[in-house]
Ligand binder design. Structure first.
Ligand code: RNT
Ligand code: ZN
Length: 426
């Protein structure tokens, strides 16, 4: 065998396919190595709540509320913080790159004691911080303003009762202090995202007063300047039981985030069913400093399905890459599916989001822009369509191989093995 053949024989099929893909992309003026380098730095905040159907660890037996719902009863869900961390370790080992964990306040470890939401402290999260530190990960955080008797009538920060408002203000205030302490401990700022379910099932008589109260409550929550923490606010169109009116609507929070220069959260499931968030990104970035994304997939409603490689997802990724917004964007996921293996749900959604971002990095953007700028819209359309069948899969496989995570569907065997060995004993 000549030397070249020997070398070829040693190459994996992933490398061979990648080399061919690299040539195809180079002909379009796209540098696959530069895309791979950029993709390695992507960090996605995995939402802890996919692991246990948004249950939390208060052990108070409080059902999920707030207009969000999890369906399915796949066996093996995490019942304790240790189980949830073990499941996350498994998921993270199957995803290329270094990522973050997004925690909700009711995932604190309260040692079997009843700790009210307005009494949570950093200590309740020290195991999470230690785990994140060991893994070299950052943490993000959320006050939990649902699944609680004081949220039972559907109102929290905008409640007409001052005592209830103050309870939730204190909970949110403590949450961002905890976020700041986590950010400091881990050397990476925490995004603390405030979402409240407040709203009415049926037509309100007064749309204004709750919004005035919400703005006042938020100002009280955010009063103290904090380092190591970014405050984010998340709007929504409707929830189950708040179909007619949501206090924290899109316009409400967009105005709030602009006027207070807060991080604006765009959740892909929080708009009309045919309305995507991709087109909103370059608009809101004109006026807000940073954006938090809750990448989700609504099917007919804000159903929080596992993120798949849809056109919607690719458009979001394209906007982030084209606009060079990644340094100002916090990438997060938000879905909960209890009808399939929950670890697989994390792996599928996170890998898809990364894949979409890598595909966006492989776009022949210079050629597309120049066609657009010279008025050659025929070329723009032709290239956009040809780009859809370029061999990005080979580049994605190379990313996985180089990062030592399973290529293609090989990760599934590991999840199945974990299911047989660990999940089936729960
Ligand atoms: C609800 C919001 C919110 C929640 C999480 C659990 O519609 O999307 O982000 O999903 O806080
Ligand atoms: Zn969300």
């Amino acid at each position: 065998m000549c030397k070249v053949t020997i070398l070829m024989a040693k190459q994996s099929s992933v490398t061979k396919a990648y080399d061919l893909a690299r040539e195809r992309y180079a002909a379009l003026g796209v540098d696959t190595e530069a895309a791979l380098k950029a993709a390695r730095t992507l960090s996605i905040s995995l939402h802890c709540w996919q692991g246990d159907d948004v249950g939390g660890f208060e052990n108070a037996g409080q059902a999920l509320s707030g207009g969000i719902a999890v369906t399915g009863n796949y066996p093996g869900k995490a019942r304790t913080p240790d189980e949830l961390r073990a499941d996350l370790d498994k998921a993270l080992s199957l995803i290329p790159g270094k990522h973050r964990l997004n925690l909700h306040a009711f995932y604190g470890e309260f040692g079997g004691k009843k700790v009210e939401r307005d009494a949570i402290e950093m200590d309740h999260f020290s195991n999470w911080v230690a785990w994140a530190h060991e893994n070299g990960m950052g943490l993000d955080f959320n006050p939990t303003c649902f699944a609680h008797p004081k949220a039972a009538d559907g109102f929290t920060l905008s409640h007409r009762d001052k005592g209830i408002r103050n309870f939730w203000i204190e909970h949110c205030r403590r949450s961002r202090e905890i976020g700041a302490a986590m950010g400091k401990a881990l050397g990476s700022p925490t995004v603390t995202n405030v979402w409240v379910p407040d709203g009415y099932k049926d037509t309100p008589a007064d749309r204004l007063a709750p919004r005035e109260r919400l703005a006042d409550s938020l100002d009280a929550v955010f009063k103290k300047p904090l380092k190591h923490n970014y405050d984010a606010v998340e709007p929504k169109l409707f929830g189950i039981g708040s179909e007619s009116y949501v206090v924290g609507s899109h316009e409400f929070y967009l105005g709030y985030a602009i006027s207070r220069q807060k991080v604006f959260c765009l959740d892909a499931g929080h708009f009309h069913p045919t309305e995507g968030i991709a087109d909103k990104i370059s608009s809101v970035f004109q006026y807000v400093p940073r954006v938090l994304l809750h990448v989700s997939r609504g099917v007919r409603w804000d159903s929080d399905h596992v993120v798949t490689l849809t056109d919607d997802l690719q458009q979001i990724a394209q906007e982030l890459v084209r606009g060079k917004y990644l340094p100002r964007t916090h990438l997060g996921l938000d879905y909960f599916d209890a009808s399939i293996n929950r670890i697989a749900a994390w792996v599928i959604g996170t890998r898809n989001f990364l894949k979409a971002l890598l595909i966006a990095m492989l776009e022949p953007i210079d050629k597309l822009r120049s066609a657009e700028n010279t008025g050659d819209l025929t070329t723009r359309l032709a290239l956009q369509e040809e780009a859809k069948t370029m061999p990005f899969g080979a580049v994605w496989d190379a990313l996985c191989e180089r990062q030592n995570v399973p290529v293609g569907e090989k990760w599934l065997a590991e999840v199945k093995e974990y299911e047989a060995k660990v999940l089936s004993n729960r």
